[in-house]
Design a protein around this ligand. Structure first.
Ligand code: AMP
Length: 490
Protein backbone atom coordinates (compact mmCIF):
# COMPACT_ATOMS: atom_id res chain seq x y z
CA UNK A 1 0.00 0.00 0.00
CA UNK A 2 1.49 3.38 -0.93
CA UNK A 3 1.73 6.26 1.56
CA UNK A 4 -0.76 8.20 -0.57
CA UNK A 5 -3.55 5.75 0.37
CA UNK A 6 -3.23 6.27 4.12
CA UNK A 7 -5.16 9.54 4.29
CA UNK A 8 -2.20 11.82 5.01
CA UNK A 9 -2.16 15.39 3.70
CA UNK A 10 -0.13 16.37 0.59
CA UNK A 11 2.29 18.37 2.81
CA UNK A 12 3.04 15.35 4.97
CA UNK A 13 3.37 13.15 1.90
CA UNK A 14 5.88 15.62 0.51
CA UNK A 15 7.95 15.44 3.71
CA UNK A 16 7.79 11.64 3.58
CA UNK A 17 9.06 11.67 0.02
CA UNK A 18 11.82 14.13 0.85
CA UNK A 19 13.00 11.99 3.72
CA UNK A 20 13.22 9.04 1.33
CA UNK A 21 10.51 6.72 2.61
CA UNK A 22 9.04 4.92 -0.39
CA UNK A 23 6.51 2.59 1.18
CA UNK A 24 4.95 2.53 4.62
CA UNK A 25 6.22 -0.15 6.97
CA UNK A 26 3.55 -2.59 8.27
CA UNK A 27 3.01 -0.66 11.52
CA UNK A 28 2.63 2.58 9.55
CA UNK A 29 0.20 1.03 7.06
CA UNK A 30 -1.91 -0.36 9.88
CA UNK A 31 -1.76 2.42 12.46
CA UNK A 32 -1.86 5.66 10.46
CA UNK A 33 -5.47 5.39 9.19
CA UNK A 34 -6.75 4.68 12.73
CA UNK A 35 -4.73 7.48 14.29
CA UNK A 36 -6.13 9.88 11.68
CA UNK A 37 -9.64 8.70 12.65
CA UNK A 38 -8.93 9.69 16.24
CA UNK A 39 -8.95 6.12 17.50
CA UNK A 40 -6.89 4.86 20.44
CA UNK A 41 -4.12 2.48 19.37
CA UNK A 42 -2.31 -0.26 21.25
CA UNK A 43 0.71 -1.17 19.15
CA UNK A 44 3.01 -4.14 19.72
CA UNK A 45 6.07 -3.05 17.85
CA UNK A 46 9.77 -2.84 18.45
CA UNK A 47 12.09 -0.07 17.45
CA UNK A 48 13.33 -0.55 13.94
CA UNK A 49 9.81 -1.23 12.66
CA UNK A 50 9.15 2.41 11.79
CA UNK A 51 6.77 2.86 14.70
CA UNK A 52 7.85 6.46 15.37
CA UNK A 53 6.50 7.68 12.03
CA UNK A 54 3.32 5.67 12.62
CA UNK A 55 2.35 8.22 15.24
CA UNK A 56 4.33 11.32 14.23
CA UNK A 57 2.99 11.50 10.65
CA UNK A 58 -0.73 11.46 11.53
CA UNK A 59 -0.10 13.68 14.58
CA UNK A 60 1.40 16.34 12.31
CA UNK A 61 -1.80 16.35 10.25
CA UNK A 62 -4.12 16.34 13.25
CA UNK A 63 -2.25 19.15 14.99
CA UNK A 64 -2.13 21.37 11.92
CA UNK A 65 -5.60 22.62 12.70
CA UNK A 66 -5.63 24.52 15.97
CA UNK A 67 -3.10 26.56 17.89
CA UNK A 68 -1.04 25.98 20.98
CA UNK A 69 -1.64 28.20 23.99
CA UNK A 70 0.86 29.47 26.53
CA UNK A 71 2.00 26.63 28.79
CA UNK A 72 -0.84 24.44 27.50
CA UNK A 73 0.64 21.91 25.08
CA UNK A 74 -1.74 20.06 22.78
CA UNK A 75 -0.04 16.71 22.59
CA UNK A 76 2.38 14.71 24.69
CA UNK A 77 4.80 11.92 23.78
CA UNK A 78 6.38 10.11 26.72
CA UNK A 79 9.70 8.35 26.16
CA UNK A 80 11.69 6.29 28.68
CA UNK A 81 15.11 7.76 27.94
CA UNK A 82 16.47 11.15 27.02
CA UNK A 83 18.11 9.82 23.89
CA UNK A 84 14.88 8.35 22.60
CA UNK A 85 13.02 11.56 23.39
CA UNK A 86 15.65 13.58 21.51
CA UNK A 87 15.46 11.16 18.60
CA UNK A 88 11.67 11.47 18.36
CA UNK A 89 11.92 15.27 18.56
CA UNK A 90 14.39 15.22 15.68
CA UNK A 91 12.02 12.96 13.76
CA UNK A 92 9.18 15.43 14.35
CA UNK A 93 11.25 18.33 13.15
CA UNK A 94 12.25 16.48 9.96
CA UNK A 95 8.83 15.15 9.04
CA UNK A 96 7.02 18.29 10.18
CA UNK A 97 9.21 20.72 8.28
CA UNK A 98 6.33 21.73 5.97
CA UNK A 99 4.20 22.65 8.99
CA UNK A 100 4.62 25.26 11.64
CA UNK A 101 4.31 23.06 14.70
CA UNK A 102 6.26 23.91 17.84
CA UNK A 103 8.00 21.03 19.52
CA UNK A 104 9.27 21.20 23.12
CA UNK A 105 11.73 18.57 24.29
CA UNK A 106 11.56 18.17 28.07
CA UNK A 107 14.35 15.93 29.29
CA UNK A 108 16.57 15.85 32.33
CA UNK A 109 20.23 16.69 32.49
CA UNK A 110 19.83 20.01 30.70
CA UNK A 111 18.73 23.45 31.80
CA UNK A 112 15.11 24.22 32.62
CA UNK A 113 15.34 27.72 31.17
CA UNK A 114 15.17 26.84 27.48
CA UNK A 115 12.43 24.35 28.15
CA UNK A 116 10.44 26.96 30.13
CA UNK A 117 10.79 29.41 27.25
CA UNK A 118 9.46 26.86 24.76
CA UNK A 119 6.48 26.13 26.97
CA UNK A 120 5.81 29.83 27.47
CA UNK A 121 5.60 30.32 23.74
CA UNK A 122 3.06 27.50 23.45
CA UNK A 123 3.99 24.00 22.27
CA UNK A 124 1.98 21.87 19.89
CA UNK A 125 3.97 18.81 20.86
CA UNK A 126 5.78 18.03 24.08
CA UNK A 127 8.20 15.13 23.97
CA UNK A 128 9.33 14.24 27.46
CA UNK A 129 10.73 11.75 29.91
CA UNK A 130 8.18 11.26 32.71
CA UNK A 131 10.35 12.66 35.53
CA UNK A 132 11.17 15.95 33.84
CA UNK A 133 7.57 16.39 32.69
CA UNK A 134 6.31 16.05 36.27
CA UNK A 135 9.00 18.44 37.48
CA UNK A 136 7.73 21.10 35.08
CA UNK A 137 4.17 20.39 36.15
CA UNK A 138 5.00 20.67 39.85
CA UNK A 139 6.86 23.93 39.19
CA UNK A 140 3.67 25.30 37.64
CA UNK A 141 5.29 25.78 34.24
CA UNK A 142 3.00 23.41 32.45
CA UNK A 143 -0.74 22.80 32.30
CA UNK A 144 -1.82 19.41 31.11
CA UNK A 145 -5.51 20.03 30.59
CA UNK A 146 -5.06 21.03 26.95
CA UNK A 147 -3.61 17.65 25.88
CA UNK A 148 -5.59 16.16 23.00
CA UNK A 149 -3.20 13.34 22.11
CA UNK A 150 -1.02 11.18 24.36
CA UNK A 151 1.60 8.71 23.13
CA UNK A 152 3.31 6.37 25.58
CA UNK A 153 6.25 4.95 23.66
CA UNK A 154 8.33 1.92 24.72
CA UNK A 155 5.87 1.17 27.52
CA UNK A 156 7.65 -2.03 28.55
CA UNK A 157 10.88 -0.11 28.93
CA UNK A 158 9.02 2.36 31.16
CA UNK A 159 8.03 -0.63 33.26
CA UNK A 160 11.59 -1.92 33.46
CA UNK A 161 12.79 1.47 34.60
CA UNK A 162 10.14 1.87 37.29
CA UNK A 163 8.35 4.72 35.49
CA UNK A 164 4.87 3.23 35.54
CA UNK A 165 3.72 5.11 38.68
CA UNK A 166 4.79 8.37 36.99
CA UNK A 167 3.06 7.40 33.73
CA UNK A 168 -0.15 6.62 35.66
CA UNK A 169 0.09 9.92 37.47
CA UNK A 170 0.52 11.78 34.21
CA UNK A 171 -2.41 9.93 32.58
CA UNK A 172 -4.64 10.99 35.46
CA UNK A 173 -3.65 14.64 34.98
CA UNK A 174 -4.79 14.64 31.34
CA UNK A 175 -8.30 15.36 30.05
CA UNK A 176 -10.52 12.29 29.85
CA UNK A 177 -11.44 13.00 26.25
CA UNK A 178 -8.19 12.59 24.43
CA UNK A 179 -6.67 10.20 21.96
CA UNK A 180 -4.20 7.75 23.47
CA UNK A 181 -1.59 5.52 21.86
CA UNK A 182 0.55 2.96 23.62
CA UNK A 183 3.51 1.32 21.91
CA UNK A 184 5.41 -1.53 23.47
CA UNK A 185 7.74 -4.24 22.16
CA UNK A 186 6.26 -6.74 24.61
CA UNK A 187 2.95 -6.77 26.48
CA UNK A 188 3.62 -7.85 30.05
CA UNK A 189 0.51 -7.95 32.31
CA UNK A 190 1.34 -4.60 33.94
CA UNK A 191 1.31 -2.85 30.55
CA UNK A 192 -1.90 -4.61 29.59
CA UNK A 193 -3.46 -3.41 32.87
CA UNK A 194 -2.39 0.14 32.12
CA UNK A 195 -3.73 -0.09 28.56
CA UNK A 196 -7.08 -1.42 29.85
CA UNK A 197 -7.24 1.50 32.25
CA UNK A 198 -6.26 4.37 29.97
CA UNK A 199 -7.21 3.38 26.43
CA UNK A 200 -10.77 3.35 25.11
CA UNK A 201 -11.62 0.47 22.74
CA UNK A 202 -8.15 0.65 21.22
CA UNK A 203 -7.28 -0.70 17.81
CA UNK A 204 -4.76 -3.45 18.51
CA UNK A 205 -1.88 -3.63 16.08
CA UNK A 206 0.84 -6.22 16.26
CA UNK A 207 3.54 -6.08 13.64
CA UNK A 208 6.31 -8.41 14.62
CA UNK A 209 6.47 -11.46 16.79
CA UNK A 210 7.74 -10.46 20.18
CA UNK A 211 11.47 -10.52 20.57
CA UNK A 212 12.79 -11.90 17.33
CA UNK A 213 16.36 -11.30 16.29
CA UNK A 214 17.01 -10.14 12.74
CA UNK A 215 18.02 -13.01 10.50
CA UNK A 216 20.96 -10.99 9.16
CA UNK A 217 22.76 -11.08 12.52
CA UNK A 218 25.34 -13.81 13.06
CA UNK A 219 25.33 -14.70 16.72
CA UNK A 220 28.11 -16.49 18.58
CA UNK A 221 28.96 -17.42 22.17
CA UNK A 222 32.37 -17.53 23.74
CA UNK A 223 33.25 -19.22 26.98
CA UNK A 224 34.74 -16.93 29.60
CA UNK A 225 36.01 -17.10 33.14
CA UNK A 226 34.30 -15.40 36.09
CA UNK A 227 37.55 -13.63 36.86
CA UNK A 228 37.09 -10.04 35.64
CA UNK A 229 40.65 -9.61 34.30
CA UNK A 230 40.45 -12.89 32.36
CA UNK A 231 37.00 -11.96 31.11
CA UNK A 232 38.26 -8.62 29.83
CA UNK A 233 41.14 -10.41 28.12
CA UNK A 234 38.64 -12.75 26.44
CA UNK A 235 36.73 -9.71 25.20
CA UNK A 236 39.85 -8.07 23.81
CA UNK A 237 40.70 -11.29 21.99
CA UNK A 238 37.26 -11.26 20.39
CA UNK A 239 37.58 -7.61 19.44
CA UNK A 240 40.96 -8.17 17.84
CA UNK A 241 40.07 -11.42 16.11
CA UNK A 242 37.20 -10.10 14.06
CA UNK A 243 37.11 -7.40 11.42
CA UNK A 244 35.36 -4.89 13.62
CA UNK A 245 34.46 -1.56 12.11
CA UNK A 246 32.63 -0.32 15.17
CA UNK A 247 30.94 -1.99 18.10
CA UNK A 248 28.80 -1.49 21.16
CA UNK A 249 29.90 -3.50 24.18
CA UNK A 250 27.13 -4.12 26.66
CA UNK A 251 27.57 -4.57 30.40
CA UNK A 252 24.81 -5.24 32.93
CA UNK A 253 26.12 -2.74 35.46
CA UNK A 254 27.16 0.87 35.25
CA UNK A 255 30.16 0.10 37.45
CA UNK A 256 31.40 -2.45 34.93
CA UNK A 257 30.87 -0.03 32.04
CA UNK A 258 33.34 2.27 33.80
CA UNK A 259 35.86 -0.46 34.55
CA UNK A 260 35.72 -1.86 31.05
CA UNK A 261 35.96 1.59 29.48
CA UNK A 262 39.14 2.38 31.42
CA UNK A 263 40.62 -1.03 30.72
CA UNK A 264 39.98 -0.81 26.98
CA UNK A 265 41.45 2.67 26.91
CA UNK A 266 44.59 1.39 28.63
CA UNK A 267 44.85 -1.31 25.99
CA UNK A 268 44.74 1.26 23.21
CA UNK A 269 41.16 0.88 21.99
CA UNK A 270 39.41 3.96 20.70
CA UNK A 271 36.52 3.73 23.13
CA UNK A 272 33.79 5.84 24.76
CA UNK A 273 31.31 5.04 27.51
CA UNK A 274 27.57 5.51 27.82
CA UNK A 275 25.38 4.93 30.84
CA UNK A 276 22.67 6.61 32.83
CA UNK A 277 24.85 8.29 35.47
CA UNK A 278 26.58 10.48 32.92
CA UNK A 279 25.36 14.00 32.38
CA UNK A 280 23.32 14.64 29.29
CA UNK A 281 25.87 16.74 27.43
CA UNK A 282 28.48 14.04 27.80
CA UNK A 283 26.04 11.37 26.68
CA UNK A 284 25.08 13.33 23.61
CA UNK A 285 28.72 14.12 22.79
CA UNK A 286 29.72 10.46 23.18
CA UNK A 287 26.85 9.25 20.99
CA UNK A 288 27.64 11.85 18.33
CA UNK A 289 31.31 10.82 18.38
CA UNK A 290 30.29 7.19 17.96
CA UNK A 291 27.83 7.96 15.17
CA UNK A 292 30.43 9.99 13.29
CA UNK A 293 33.12 7.33 13.68
CA UNK A 294 35.35 9.45 15.90
CA UNK A 295 35.21 6.63 18.42
CA UNK A 296 34.94 3.04 17.24
CA UNK A 297 33.85 1.32 20.44
CA UNK A 298 31.17 2.18 22.93
CA UNK A 299 31.00 0.49 26.33
CA UNK A 300 27.36 0.84 27.32
CA UNK A 301 24.63 -0.12 29.73
CA UNK A 302 21.13 -1.09 28.63
CA UNK A 303 20.00 2.53 28.69
CA UNK A 304 21.84 2.76 25.39
CA UNK A 305 20.35 -0.44 24.06
CA UNK A 306 16.79 0.44 23.36
CA UNK A 307 15.64 2.33 20.42
CA UNK A 308 18.75 4.26 19.54
CA UNK A 309 18.97 4.58 15.83
CA UNK A 310 22.66 4.13 15.11
CA UNK A 311 22.38 2.86 11.58
CA UNK A 312 25.72 1.27 10.96
CA UNK A 313 27.10 -0.79 13.84
CA UNK A 314 29.11 -3.76 12.60
CA UNK A 315 29.41 -5.65 15.90
CA UNK A 316 27.76 -6.10 19.25
CA UNK A 317 29.72 -7.61 22.11
CA UNK A 318 27.82 -8.73 25.16
CA UNK A 319 30.40 -8.54 27.90
CA UNK A 320 27.67 -9.76 30.23
CA UNK A 321 24.76 -12.06 29.53
CA UNK A 322 21.70 -9.84 30.03
CA UNK A 323 19.37 -10.64 32.91
CA UNK A 324 16.14 -10.26 30.94
CA UNK A 325 16.16 -12.42 27.80
CA UNK A 326 14.41 -9.74 25.76
CA UNK A 327 17.27 -7.33 26.50
CA UNK A 328 19.47 -9.66 24.45
CA UNK A 329 17.31 -9.05 21.38
CA UNK A 330 17.31 -5.32 21.97
CA UNK A 331 21.06 -5.25 22.41
CA UNK A 332 21.91 -7.24 19.31
CA UNK A 333 19.26 -5.31 17.39
CA UNK A 334 21.72 -2.38 17.32
CA UNK A 335 23.55 -4.28 14.57
CA UNK A 336 22.14 -5.81 11.39
CA UNK A 337 19.75 -2.87 11.03
CA UNK A 338 17.82 -2.15 7.87
CA UNK A 339 18.76 -5.49 6.33
CA UNK A 340 22.51 -5.02 6.81
CA UNK A 341 24.68 -7.84 8.03
CA UNK A 342 25.64 -7.76 11.65
CA UNK A 343 27.61 -9.77 14.13
CA UNK A 344 26.93 -10.32 17.83
CA UNK A 345 29.17 -12.24 20.22
CA UNK A 346 28.53 -12.86 23.90
CA UNK A 347 30.87 -13.91 26.68
CA UNK A 348 29.35 -16.63 28.81
CA UNK A 349 30.72 -17.63 32.21
CA UNK A 350 29.60 -20.76 34.03
CA UNK A 351 27.28 -18.59 36.14
CA UNK A 352 25.45 -17.52 33.00
CA UNK A 353 24.30 -20.89 31.69
CA UNK A 354 20.82 -20.51 33.13
CA UNK A 355 20.36 -16.98 31.77
CA UNK A 356 21.67 -18.19 28.41
CA UNK A 357 19.12 -21.02 28.35
CA UNK A 358 16.36 -18.48 28.93
CA UNK A 359 17.62 -16.43 25.95
CA UNK A 360 17.82 -19.47 23.71
CA UNK A 361 14.34 -20.57 24.80
CA UNK A 362 12.98 -17.16 23.83
CA UNK A 363 14.81 -17.22 20.48
CA UNK A 364 13.67 -20.78 19.79
CA UNK A 365 17.16 -21.94 18.80
CA UNK A 366 20.58 -22.47 20.30
CA UNK A 367 23.37 -20.04 19.54
CA UNK A 368 26.63 -21.52 18.26
CA UNK A 369 29.76 -21.46 20.44
CA UNK A 370 33.06 -20.25 19.03
CA UNK A 371 35.24 -22.74 20.90
CA UNK A 372 32.78 -25.53 21.46
CA UNK A 373 29.87 -25.64 23.88
CA UNK A 374 30.39 -26.61 27.53
CA UNK A 375 29.56 -30.25 28.07
CA UNK A 376 26.35 -31.24 29.85
CA UNK A 377 28.51 -32.28 32.78
CA UNK A 378 30.12 -28.83 33.01
CA UNK A 379 26.72 -27.21 32.82
CA UNK A 380 25.36 -29.41 35.60
CA UNK A 381 28.40 -28.65 37.72
CA UNK A 382 27.98 -24.92 37.22
CA UNK A 383 24.32 -25.26 38.14
CA UNK A 384 25.05 -27.16 41.34
CA UNK A 385 27.69 -24.62 42.38
CA UNK A 386 25.14 -21.85 42.48
CA UNK A 387 24.34 -21.70 46.16
CA UNK A 388 21.16 -19.67 46.33
CA UNK A 389 18.02 -19.21 44.31
CA UNK A 390 17.83 -18.34 40.72
CA UNK A 391 18.27 -14.64 41.38
CA UNK A 392 15.56 -13.71 38.94
CA UNK A 393 15.29 -10.06 38.70
CA UNK A 394 11.93 -8.57 39.39
CA UNK A 395 10.51 -6.37 36.71
CA UNK A 396 9.24 -2.89 37.26
CA UNK A 397 7.94 -0.96 40.24
CA UNK A 398 11.31 -0.60 41.79
CA UNK A 399 11.60 2.14 44.29
CA UNK A 400 13.13 5.05 42.54
CA UNK A 401 12.80 7.66 45.19
CA UNK A 402 15.69 6.36 47.26
CA UNK A 403 18.09 6.22 44.37
CA UNK A 404 19.62 9.59 43.80
CA UNK A 405 22.18 9.56 41.07
CA UNK A 406 25.68 9.60 42.39
CA UNK A 407 29.01 10.68 41.05
CA UNK A 408 29.54 13.71 38.96
CA UNK A 409 28.55 12.09 35.69
CA UNK A 410 30.78 12.15 32.66
CA UNK A 411 33.04 9.34 31.68
CA UNK A 412 32.82 6.83 34.44
CA UNK A 413 35.40 7.10 37.13
CA UNK A 414 37.17 9.95 35.43
CA UNK A 415 37.51 13.48 36.62
CA UNK A 416 35.33 15.68 34.46
CA UNK A 417 36.99 16.58 31.17
CA UNK A 418 34.13 17.77 29.06
CA UNK A 419 33.35 21.46 29.60
CA UNK A 420 29.72 20.58 30.14
CA UNK A 421 30.70 18.41 33.03
CA UNK A 422 31.36 21.41 35.18
CA UNK A 423 27.61 21.57 35.02
CA UNK A 424 27.06 17.95 35.85
CA UNK A 425 24.63 18.59 38.69
CA UNK A 426 22.70 20.97 36.58
CA UNK A 427 19.24 19.69 35.93
CA UNK A 428 19.81 16.58 38.01
CA UNK A 429 16.25 15.61 38.40
CA UNK A 430 13.87 12.75 38.36
CA UNK A 431 15.08 10.97 35.33
CA UNK A 432 16.21 7.65 34.06
CA UNK A 433 19.68 7.76 35.60
CA UNK A 434 18.53 6.58 38.96
CA UNK A 435 16.72 3.66 37.38
CA UNK A 436 19.86 1.97 36.28
CA UNK A 437 20.92 -0.25 39.07
CA UNK A 438 24.47 -0.13 40.22
CA UNK A 439 24.01 -3.60 41.63
CA UNK A 440 21.99 -5.68 39.29
CA UNK A 441 21.83 -9.08 40.94
CA UNK A 442 22.97 -11.68 38.53
CA UNK A 443 21.23 -15.04 38.51
CA UNK A 444 23.21 -17.16 40.87
CA UNK A 445 24.87 -14.24 42.59
CA UNK A 446 22.51 -13.70 45.45
CA UNK A 447 24.01 -13.33 48.85
CA UNK A 448 23.45 -15.88 51.58
CA UNK A 449 21.26 -13.48 53.53
CA UNK A 450 18.83 -13.06 50.68
CA UNK A 451 15.83 -15.32 50.67
CA UNK A 452 16.86 -18.66 49.34
CA UNK A 453 14.54 -20.41 46.94
CA UNK A 454 14.47 -23.85 48.53
CA UNK A 455 13.92 -26.04 45.51
CA UNK A 456 16.73 -24.32 43.66
CA UNK A 457 19.20 -24.69 46.50
CA UNK A 458 19.56 -28.35 45.90
CA UNK A 459 22.31 -29.40 43.56
CA UNK A 460 20.69 -30.89 40.56
CA UNK A 461 21.61 -34.50 40.43
CA UNK A 462 19.63 -35.24 37.29
CA UNK A 463 20.34 -33.58 34.00
CA UNK A 464 17.46 -31.31 33.13
CA UNK A 465 15.37 -32.44 30.25
CA UNK A 466 15.99 -29.94 27.51
CA UNK A 467 13.73 -29.87 24.52
CA UNK A 468 15.75 -30.16 21.37
CA UNK A 469 16.21 -26.84 19.68
CA UNK A 470 17.96 -26.26 16.42
CA UNK A 471 21.28 -24.50 16.53
CA UNK A 472 21.35 -21.11 14.85
CA UNK A 473 22.31 -21.52 11.23
CA UNK A 474 22.86 -25.22 11.72
CA UNK A 475 26.41 -24.65 12.99
CA UNK A 476 28.18 -27.29 14.98
CA UNK A 477 29.70 -26.62 18.37
CA UNK A 478 33.01 -25.49 17.04
CA UNK A 479 33.12 -22.34 15.00
CA UNK A 480 36.56 -21.47 13.68
CA UNK A 481 37.66 -17.87 13.89
CA UNK A 482 37.49 -17.32 10.16
CA UNK A 483 33.78 -18.02 10.27
CA UNK A 484 33.22 -15.14 12.58
CA UNK A 485 33.05 -12.73 9.71
CA UNK A 486 29.46 -11.60 9.26
CA UNK A 487 27.82 -13.83 6.71
CA UNK A 488 24.29 -13.76 5.51
CA UNK A 489 22.09 -16.19 7.32
CA UNK A 490 20.18 -18.45 5.06
P1 AMP B 1 11.76 3.46 14.28
O1 AMP B 1 11.28 2.04 14.47
O2 AMP B 1 10.65 4.42 14.29
O3 AMP B 1 12.85 3.79 15.27
O4 AMP B 1 12.41 3.58 12.81
C1 AMP B 1 13.58 2.88 12.47
C2 AMP B 1 14.23 3.45 11.23
O5 AMP B 1 13.43 3.22 10.08
C3 AMP B 1 14.45 4.97 11.28
O6 AMP B 1 15.75 5.23 10.82
C4 AMP B 1 13.44 5.53 10.33
O7 AMP B 1 13.89 6.73 9.73
C5 AMP B 1 13.29 4.43 9.31
N1 AMP B 1 11.96 4.39 8.66
C6 AMP B 1 10.77 4.62 9.24
N2 AMP B 1 9.76 4.47 8.35
C7 AMP B 1 10.33 4.13 7.18
C8 AMP B 1 9.81 3.85 5.87
N3 AMP B 1 8.51 3.85 5.62
N4 AMP B 1 10.69 3.55 4.90
C9 AMP B 1 12.02 3.50 5.17
N5 AMP B 1 12.58 3.77 6.37
C10 AMP B 1 11.74 4.07 7.38
Amino acid sequence: MPFADLGLSPEVLRAVEEVGYVEPTPIQAQAIPYVLMGRDVLGSAQTGTGKTASFTLPMIDILTSGRARVRMPRSLILEPTRELAAQVAEHFETLGKNHKLTVALLIGGVSYDDQDRKLDRGADVVIATPGRLLDHFVRGKLLLNGIEILVVDEADRMLDMGFIPDVERICKLLPFTRQTMFFSATMPPEIQRLADKFLHSPERIEVAPQATAAATIVQRLKRASDDPAAKREALRALMRETAVKNAIIFCNRKKDVGTLYRSLQRHGFNVGALHGDMDQHQRTATLDAFRSGQIAFLAASDVAARGLDIPDVSHIFNYDVPIHPEDYVHRIGRTGRAGREGFAAMLVTPKDYKALKAIEKMLGYEIAWIDGAPSEEEQREAESERPYGNGRHRRGNRSRRNKRPHGSGGQPGHSPKHPAQANAHHGRDRDERRHEHPKHPHPGERKAHSHPAPQQNKPQSQPQQQPHRPRQQGMGDHVPAFMMRPVRVT
